[in-house]
Design a binder for this molecule. Structure first.
Ligand SMILES: Cc1cc2nc3c(=O)[nH]c(=O)nc-3n(C[C@H](O)[C@H](O)[C@H](O)COP(=O)(O)OP(=O)(O)OC[C@H]3O[C@@H](n4cnc5c(N)ncnc54)[C@H](O)[C@@H]3O)c2cc1C
Ligand code: FES
Length: 361
């Protein structure tokens, strides 16, 4: 929660920022999740950027000689201008999350960029909101709930969270404090594995019954959904069955379900003979035919081009490259703005060439 009223903070400085932040403090939330409070590295009082609740930062690390980018949603409120919180879950075999959770310490300087993302809600878009999350997908929902509570937003907030056990409930104290402060915040938690705990609340995965009894007139409300991919798929199907119009649902996926490939230059050559369009990477002076369904990013990895990436799902914008000729299709282009599109910028992680193309990479 912000401890500074908004009117006492410095005016907004920049969006689309890139620079350094310093780890100010680290809080252990659950056995495998920590919150990192990041401060301006420069020693300035205020952060060098502002953000909208629901946005994320892109962090970059050098790990084992490779540069790796990952996105992390901001879990604190934008009213707090002196720090920004990122809450990170340690993935058992994850390259970057293990580095962050196991090795980062207070005082470390990290490279960051942003804020970015369109999975936002500041209270102007609708008069009530249903926030459904699972696992670490709770992070943007906490930022949104915190901000709306601080703004004394008059709308109902239905905060629905699915997690395994009470010990896995991330940011539980923050949510409990917000619920005490805001009578319009309705918190519904269901635990999928509560056996052996003293959990008294709802059990099991999200069901139509639980949703219907928790959220009156669900189908007329705006809904935000973020969580593990199987949970998101099941919830999307449930909401569709319940009659929620697709344009009322906003979702954010926290990344690819498949492991990240090895760093550029170390990946084995594809075994199948590529017969698709020719892709030219002009800065590297390399060209190759692409395989059916392969993205420009995947081909660049085969060739050791080194295009940077983070989410691989079209939301973070880290993999932007300029296309100087040709045409591509992109299933998701959320992180491209109108200027990007006018200037021929594409998302390498999404781009499937329609014919021969050339990119500046
Ligand atoms: C917009 C956005 C916001 C996000 N916000 C958050 C957030 O607030 N908090 C958060 O914790 N995360 C968040 N993420 C996810 C985060 O960006 C990373 O994807 C996550 O931390 C995993 O990165 P990693 O490098 O540790 O895993 P990677 O190395 O990229 O591995 C990806 C997955 O594959 C598994 N894996 C890796 N290698 C193997 C292998 N050999 N065999 C089997 N499985 C393997 C890993 O366990 C992991 O689950 C967000 C993602 C996006 C796109
Ligand atoms: S890697 Fe995030 S948009 Fe491509």
């Amino acid at each position: 929660m912000s401890d500074l009223p908004p009117e006492k903070t410095a005016p907004p400085l920049t969006a689309n920022w890139r620079g350094q932040l310093r780890v100010g403090s680290i809080i252990k939330e659950t056995p495998n999740v920590k919150t990192f409070r990041l401060l301006p590295a420069s020693g300035e009082r205020f952060l060098p950027f502002t953000f909208v609740p629901g946005q994320f930062l892109n962090l970059a690390f050098w790990i084992g000689g490779a540069r790796m980018n990952r996105s992390y949603s901001i879990s604190s409120s934008p009213n707090q201008r002196e720090h920004v919180d990122l809450t990170v879950r340690r993935e058992p075999r994850g390259a970057v999350s293990r580095h962050i959770v196991d090795l980062l310490k207070v005082g470390d300087i990290i490279e960051a960029g942003g804020p970015v993302g369109k999975f936002t809600f500041d209270g102007t878009e609708a008069d009530s909101i249903v926030l459904i999350s699972g696992g670490v997908g709770i992070t943007p929902m906490v930022s949104i709930s915190c901000y709306l509570t601080e703004q004394k937003w008059p709308g109902d907030i239905f905060f629905i969270y699915v997690c395994r056990t009470p010990a896995d409930y991330i940011l539980a104290d923050a949510i409990a404090a917000l619920a005490r402060e805001n009578p319009k915040l309705h918190v519904i938690i269901t635990m999928t594995r509560p056996e052996g705990t003293d959990w008294q609340g709802p059990r099991g995965h999200l069901t139509a019954e639980l949703l219907a009894q928790s959220v009156p007139e669900l189908t007329s409300r705006r809904i935000h959904l973020c969580g593990p991919i199987p949970m998101m798929d099941a919830t999307k199907a449930l909401l569709a069955e319940m009659g929620v119009p697709p344009d009322q649902l906003k979702t954010e996926a926290f990344g690819t379900p498949k492991p990240t490939p090895a760093p550029a230059g170390t990946t084995a050559k594809p075994s199948a003979e590529a017969a698709g369009p020719l892709v030219t990477f002009s800065k590297n002076n390399k060209s190759a035919k692409i395989q059916a369904g392969q993205t420009v990013l995947e081909l660049s990895e085969d060739l050791g081009i080194g295009i940077e990436f983070s989410c691989r799902v079209g939301t973070c914008g880290v993999c932007k490259v300029k296309m100087t000729s040709g045409e591509v299709t992109m299933a998701v282009d959320d992180s491209l703005d109108a200027d990007d599109k006018t200037n021929g910028i594409i998302l390498a992680c999404q781009a499937i060439p329609k014919g021969d193309i050339a990119v500046e990479a």
